[in-house]
Design a protein around this ligand. Sequence first.
Ligand SMILES: N[C@@H](CCSC[C@H]1O[C@@H](n2cnc3c(=O)[nH]cnc32)[C@H](O)[C@@H]1O)C(=O)O
Ligand SMILES: [Zn+2]
Length: 433
Amino acid sequence: MTDTLAVTDGRVLTPEFDVVRADVLIDADAGEILDVAPDLAGDADETLDATDSLVMPGLVNAHGHATMTLLRGYADDKNLEDWLREDIWPAEAELTADDVAVGTRLAAVELIRSGTTAFADMYFHVGEVVEAVREAGLRARVGHGVVTVGKDEAAARDDFAESVAVAEEYDGAADGRIRTAVMPHAPHTVGTEFFEEFVPRVREAGVPLHFHLNETETYLEEIDAEAGVRPTEYADDLGLLADDTFVAHGVHLDASEIGTLADRDTSVVHCPASNMKLASGMAPVQDLLDAGVNVALGTDGAASNNDLDLFDELRDAAMIGKLAADDAAAVDAETAVRMATEGGAKALGFDSGRIEAGANADLAVVDLDAVHLTPEHDLVSHLAYAARGSDVRHTVCDGEVLMRDREVLAFDEADVRERAQEHAAALVARAEE
Ligand SMILES: N[C@@H](CCSC[C@H]1O[C@@H](n2cnc3c(=O)[nH]cnc32)[C@H](O)[C@@H]1O)C(=O)O
Ligand SMILES: [Zn+2]
């Protein structure tokens, strides 16, 4: 007999963005939603109470570096290039596999607590990331980040080869909750010859590509100096853009680049908090949406955010989207919530992001019994503009309850925090030696 779970007595955000009173019946073995209708509790082996709550698709954090939770608050108030070169890369040079194991678990707890059920991760020691994701019960698209600048040819080639090997090794791990991608850091931090050599191998492996695109003016200047074109054109010429490619940031994009991204059906992961904090700029999100580009949301690493709460990101996206377009109607509440759910699921290639029979059973249950969510005119407005990650009561991924009544089940949270504090302190001490 199949194990079934019913999320009962709540209201449900439908794919049409109506809010209806219904239960959600889940096949816990298959990790799939079976039915959304009133009175399904009697059919279930187990129930999860959603009284006074809104059942929404689990949020999708489509760009980040989970281990960077260990560097949260370590270096703030600098632009991207200075921050990476002066603080982050020296610290990362000291990072061990154990640090990645600990930092990714800290990130996982934070993601689960704030209703995120799927995320993308570009980092190194990916085997440790995979183990943490498996244990957490989350869904993720993971990859090894490649940088070739500053390395000799053999080391550079090894780094890219490792990214392909890692993507092949772990794709489909954790009962299919883990998928992979090859993740060259950015067009200007990986040499042209290495893209030429490895892109055909990525295509053979049949995995997507993920990289940082046009995050700052420096990204444009470096490609302009090297190739005399815009980075999107450069990336397209190298065969990097496809319908399973997802790029982070896309802050500085001209109309022709937006057209190219739309033509290739490449997803853009908007990271508004990171872009504001590093003063990278304002992404033209409404223009991307108007051109038909799929836009997802990401926190980026916790060192440039400084948290992994997608509800913050949602609100930031709606706010900065209006400023960027000089139009208060731009990036409206529904659009922001869609980017954080179905947009992210599409970018990462997961059949999640909607509460409907047949979809992955990835959902967040938001407690509406709160002062800052009173009164109720429009619950989608609340999700975009008033709710916080800490309003999430239960988190379900792949049909498994990962958090019940604000208790994360897979980990001992106190232990995860203590180990994170120890590893972060030791890491920084090594970096500053
Ligand atoms: N194997 C590579 C590591 C690349 S992982 C991905 C990298 O992205 C860096 N990173 C984090 N946030 C950002 C961002 O906003 N823009 C660009 N890079 C970032 C992060 O510090 C990490 O070094 C190496 O040998 O250096
Ligand atoms: Zn990043």
